[in-house]
Design a protein around this ligand. Structure first.
Ligand SMILES: C[S@@+](CC[C@H](N)C(=O)[O-])C[C@H]1O[C@@H](n2cnc3c(N)ncnc32)[C@H](O)[C@@H]1O
Length: 267
């Protein structure tokens, strides 16, 4: 987990995020790293973001997806190989990913791990993720009731002991039931019906959940669609949808523990 101290070889990797709104939510550190890098790679969600990166550094090259590769992991391994090859040539490389570069980005974590093992300096700068935007746009604070966060398909295939007294964020809900890389245009309704079946015993069919899409354009509003849990299979979803499930109610207090800790809400 920690940075390897044996980092003496020429060549380095810095992984940065653009935020969801490129430029607006890109940190100063990320922008400066892109500008100074000897080689830039990027994997971003839209053409304007790619243009913005190219405007900062002419070496910028897309980590484009190979459409013939069916699995996420295979695609990510290809990205890791391309990034690592330039670092091994002795270049200071910057890899730019959208949102936070460490959130649902297998390639970035893997590249850093491999390069550190080989003795290269490699690090990640934090960025603004879709979850950060959700907190701001929906006005929800993960502090008071807590917050649990899962990839939607993973949530179903590894039966979770989730907590309905804590808010829940479900990522990649649009591709629920699909572990391949590409949107295979399969009807996701059966998988969404299974998700509803799993959640309803804990929340009830009338529980209000939110389909959330942060705007990539600072001048535009986010899409926030409240929907009753039972109606979720009918909701409009896109690859940029994240599902927010508010807590059903606050967790009960434990008076014995409060006494042991000497805490009360009166003080
Ligand atoms: C591969 S992950 C990338 C996450 C990204 N690295 C981040 O930091 O937010 C893709 C998922 O992120 C979420 N996501 C991406 N863009 C979003 C947006 N504009 N609004 C809401 N959720 C978004 C969705 O759940 C989507 O399925």
């Amino acid at each position: 987990m920690t940075q390897d101290s044996n980092t003496t070889r020429a060549g380095s990797l810095t992984v940065v995020g653009t935020g969801i709104q490129v430029g607006e939510q890109t940190t100063l550190g990320a922008k400066e790293t892109i500008e100074k890098a000897q080689k830039v790679f990027y994997a971003v969600a839209d053409r304007a973001a790619a243009q913005w990166i190219l405007g900062l550094n002419a070496t910028a090259e897309a980590l484009s997806y190979d459409m013939t590769l069916p699995r996420r992991r295979t695609v990510y391994e290809g990205m890791v190989d391309r990034i690592a090859a330039e670092v091994r040539k002795g270049l200071d490389v910057c890899a730019v990913f959208y949102g936070h570069p460490g959130v649902f980005a297998h390639a970035t974590h893997k590249a850093i791990k491999i390069l550190r093992q080989e003795g290269f300096p490699a690090r990640m700068l934090p960025g603004v993720s879709a979850e950060d935007c959700l907190i701001a746009d929906l006005g929800v604070d993960p502090g008071p009731l807590g917050c649990q966060s899962y990839e939607a398909t993973d949530f179903l295939i590894r039966p979770r002991r989730f907590d309905p007294t804590t808010a829940m964020i479900l990522w990649q809900v649009h591709s629920i039931g699909n572990l391949g890389f590409w949107d295979d245009h399969t009807d996701r309704r059966p998988a969404l019906e299974i998700l509803v079946e799993v959640l309803v015993p804990s929340y009830g069919p009338e529980h209000r959940v939110y389909v959330y899409e942060a705007s990539i354009d600072p001048a535009k509003l986010p899409r926030i669609e409240p929907v009753l849990l039972a109606k979720l299979p009918e909701a409009k979803l896109s690859p940029f949808s994240t599902l927010f499930v508010p807590a059903k109610k606050a967790a009960e207090l434990d008076p014995i523990m409060m006494k042991r800790l000497g805490v009360s809400f009166d003080s």
